[in-house]
Design a protein around this ligand. Structure first.
Ligand SMILES: [Zn+2]
Ligand SMILES: [Zn+2]
Length: 195
């Protein structure tokens, strides 16, 4: 299934900084998956850690999936490659990738997704399709800082670095509109044209 990427213009007249890499979501071509993997590999080495074959494979599965994926699906896929794979192996690999900031735990659907910003570790705001697990990471450092400042002003400290919003992606909205065409309009309020 093709998923539209967030429309980030290629021009530089943005006030928020963005990077040349790591924005890919959806099905990335094999070459860019390979590139992402070697980037992650170099990043781990810089940190004095190792992207072991199993960690690398789990990351590759997540990159290939292009969306939030449940641990048991990852385990299933691992077992197709290495029949003896045990759950702890996959969980330990996920823990490592989480602590390295390479992936996100998506709490609302209990799944994992690759960070949009593989090695920069500047997490954005995650928007998660509750239907299909498509994840878009909004890279808006100012918006994120403003939000965190408000949260702290209210006396809170976030319990993790993930800020996650629940949603329904464009594809799933289209699917829902198609299958529910006999019950139209009422739910489309948000899409109403301005006058
Ligand atoms: Zn991130
Ligand atoms: Zn969706």
């Amino acid at each position: 299934m093709k998923i539209a990427k967030p429309t980030v213009p290629a021009s530089d007249d943005h006030d928020h900084d963005h990077h040349d890499h790591g924005h890919e979501h959806g099905h990335a071509p094999a070459a860019s998956i390979e590139a992402a993997l070697s980037m992650a590999d170099a990043y781990c080495r810089e940190r004095g850690e190792k992207l072991t074959p199993i960690r690398r494979k789990v990351l590759e599965l997540l990159l290939t999936s292009g969306r939030a994926t449940k641990a048991y699906s990852l385990l299933d896929e691992m077992r197709q490659i290495h029949p003896g794979s045990a759950p702890p192996t996959v969980y330990r690999a996920l823990d490592f990738l989480l602590s390295a900031g390479l992936i996100h735990r998506i709490e609302s659907i209990n799944a994992f997704a690759v960070c949009h910003d593989l090695t920069q570790c500047q997490h954005g705001i995650l928007v998660v399709c509750q239907q299909c697990g498509n994840v878009t990471e909004l890279h808006e450092p100012k918006l994120r800082q403003a939000l965190v400042a408000q949260i702290e002003a209210a006396g809170y400290r976030l319990s993790g670095d993930g800020i996650e919003l629940k949603g329904l992606c464009a594809q799933c909205q289209a699917d829902a509109a198609q299958s529910g065409s006999e019950a139209p309009a009422r739910h489309a309020k948000a899409a109403a044209a301005p006058h």
